[in-house]
Design a protein around this ligand. Structure first.
Ligand SMILES: [Zn+2]
Length: 341
């Protein structure tokens, strides 16, 4: 199950192959969308607007719980949900707004499972990212996310900012997004399309089975990328380089690719950070569960370690040592955990 999934060491693969692979996965998704077997199953916006559909087609929904045949009342409910979503998402979505409008479950999955994200290429304001997969689909170890920075041209042509300042500005500006995973395609891409923040081919089919109430906006891969855009160092380094190129050309044309070496460096730093988070979490747990001093014992005059109990930190210390941490690092972490427990 995904909870205990650890991406294989070579999940990053060869970046040149990844660039090719990313193009083909998006193409495959779009081809499937237009397949002759898929088209009759799509409940289109015009079906909903007209309030009727071709009854030769048996269409179902899960609105209000169980899966059943759709009715004209359902179409009215869908129309209302579309109006609410349209109202909510006017004016463009920034990375932070996408995080804010996402579902708890997607945020939790992003935090727990998606530990690594690398910007792999850029063409003007469109950046392609790669993240590790969450382990739910067998043999899928990575996903691709495209992000269009809608203010890229403005920032690239501005004489008032350095490339780095321009990159920092883009963190807070509106975006368009897409991910190749099923969650994004079948649950959220319709919402992103009507909200005006779907990158690439627009989705006009209403998610009558997966998401008839139109909840949430982004999958865990996209959310990890949004977090990187809001506060990550790898994104700023990459976008600064991209804007340096953009600002140097009159026509603002710029392409940028991450080297294999740099991508490996980014991933290594991110996994170290994740390891540290896990260690701190374990330490806090150990401190919380450590035997408490017996305050009711008479005449003890305060806490005295019980010599009959094992040192709660001894096992931790030996495990950290085996992981290659120094005594100084281990002591500092235990101290920090004690203070935060
Ligand atoms: Zn995704």
């Amino acid at each position: 199950m995904a909870e205990n999934y650890i991406p294989p060491d070579d999940w990053l693969g060869n970046l040149k192959d990844s660039l090719k692979e990313s193009k083909s996965v998006f193409k495959l998704g779009n081809d499937q969308r237009r397949d002759k077997d898929t088209i009759p199953k799509i409940l289109s916006v015009s079906d909903i607007q007209k309030g009727k559909w071709d009854t030769d087609r048996i269409l179902t929904t899960t609105l209000n719980g169980v899966k059943r045949a759709i009715t004209t009342d359902d179409l009215k409910a869908f129309k209302k949900n579309i109006a609410i979503a349209k109202n909510t998402f006017t004016g463009g979505m920034t990375a932070q707004q996408i995080i804010n409008h996402s579902l708890d479950i997607d945020r939790e999955r992003a935090r727990e499972q998606i530990t690594m994200v690398v910007p792999i290429s850029a063409n003007r304001g469109v950046v392609r990212f790669m993240t590790n997969a969450g382990g739910e689909t067998p043999n899928v170890h990575r996903h691709y996310v495209n992000v269009e920075f809608l203010h890229y041209e403005i920032e690239a042509s501005s004489a008032d900012t350095t490339a780095r300042q321009a990159a920092l500005n883009l963190r807070k500006k509106p975006l368009k997004i897409e991910c190749d995973c099923g969650r994004q395609r079948f649950w959220h891409s319709y919402i992103a399309s009507i909200g005006g923040f779907k990158f690439g081919v627009q989705e006009t089919g209403f998610p009558r089975i997966r998401n008839p109430n139109l909840n949430g906006v982004a999958c865990k891969h996209l959310l990890r990328v949004m977090q990187e855009i809001v506060s990550g160092g790898a994104f700023i380094t990459f976008m600064t380089k991209q804007l340096e190129k953009g600002k140097a050309h009159d026509e603002n044309k710029a392409q940028n690719k991450t080297t294999q070496k740099n991508a490996e460096k980014i991933v290594k730093n991110q996994s170290l950070r994740k390891n540290n988070d896990i260690i701190i979490k374990e330490l806090k747990k150990a401190v919380k569960n450590a035997p408490k001093p017996n305050k009711t014992a008479k005449g003890t005059g305060g806490f005295k370690p019980n010599p009959n109990l094992p040192d709660p930190y001894a096992l931790m210390k030996s495990q950290f040592k085996a992981m290659g941490l120094s005594d100084k690092q281990i002591d500092a972490m235990i101290e920090a955990a004690k203070n935060n427990a």
